[in-house]
Design a protein around this ligand. Structure first.
Ligand SMILES: Nc1ncnc2c1ncn2[C@@H]1O[C@H](COP(=O)(O)OP(=O)(O)O)[C@@H](O)[C@H]1O
Ligand SMILES: [Mg+2]
Length: 264
């Protein structure tokens, strides 16, 4: 009994601490219908400033669609979004960057890929050169600067995509399964770039299937099921004592098929 009470206290403290962080991006009643199907069905989400929020859930749960909606790449059928409590305007969108699950690279060198992204953001001259050098160094891609981006390994491409997004100095970074299908060393390199960005104050929203990664990186977890939030809260609480069937089954390693209950 005493142990359970202590755990509840820790959980409450984590929830109170999370709620005390001001919201950077907030969405209410997000809905997306395509061809008469509700793919995102009334999602409320609060992205705390400076936090690392991890979006989890089974394949097809709506994680990538939610990320695209939050980043403004798709217009929702219904719902409302705010940025620091105010309107989400063009300057707020410019303060965001996204790394897609399959990053798109120019058919040019690593260096040119970085230079192009910064040029689009209006950076030129020595400031751009300095930003490129810093990005190459952080992503440990200096030796590959002149190589065509398309010949890089999966891990190197993902590192370049992340370095390119971070070089744009975003306040909010969206990452869609940034380490899916990478080996442990490549995964570690990506995670350390994410952790470093977070320490410098970048707010991170990432999709992941990796429980170890959630334990290592997540401050908050949003667990999706069939286009809805099944559960959300501080990672320390959701990972230890999930309240929803969906998150519980998933954490126990049982396959959870949307709308079909837990499978053995
Ligand atoms: N453009 C689209 N048109 C119709 N259905 C879509 C579209 N994009 C995604 N979907 C469907 O929406 C659901 C959620 O997709 P997605 O967000 O990609 O899932 P995941 O959680 O695996 O990232 C899936 O059933 C998918 O087939
Ligand atoms: Mg996806």
């Amino acid at each position: 009994m005493r142990e359970a009470a202590a755990r509840t206290e820790v959980e409450d403290a984590a929830s109170i601490a999370a709620a005390a962080v001001p919201a950077l991006l907030e969405a209410q009643g997000l809905r997306l219908e395509i061809g008469g199907k509700r793919l995102i069905d009334g999602i409320d989400i609060r992205i705390g400033q400076g936090r690392k929020t991890m979006i989890m859930g089974a394949n097809g749960a709506g994680k990538s669609l939610l990320l695209r909606l939050l980043h403004g790449l798709i217009v929702p059928t219904a719902g409302r979004m705010t940025w620091r409590g105010g309107p989400l305007d063009k300057s707020a969108r410019r303060a965001q960057a996204m790394v897609f699950q399959r990053p798109v690279m120019l058919r040019r060198s690593v260096l040119a890929n970085l230079a192009f992204a910064l040029k689009v953001r209006g950076l030129r001259g020595p400031a751009r050169e300095a930003r490129i050098a810093e990005a190459l160094d952080k992503a440990q891609l200096g030796d590959l600067a002149r190589s065509p981006a398309r010949v890089l390994s999966g891990g190197e491409q993902q590192r370049l995509a992340l370095a390119r997004a971070l070089a744009c100095d975003p306040e909010l970074l969206f990452l869609d399964e940034p380490t899916a299908s990478l080996d442990p060393a490549s995964t570690q390199a990506i995670e350390s770039l994410i952790a470093d960005a977070s320490r410098r104050g970048v707010t991170v929203v990432m999709v992941s299937h990796d429980l170890g990664q959630a334990r290592r990186l997540a401050d908050d977890i949003v667990f999706l099921q069939a286009g809805r939030v099944a559960e959300s809260g501080p990672a320390s609480r959701v990972l230890c004592s999930p309240r929803s069937e969906a998150a519980g089954a998933w954490l126990e390693g049982r396959l959870f098929l949307d709308g079909q209950g837990a499978q053995g």
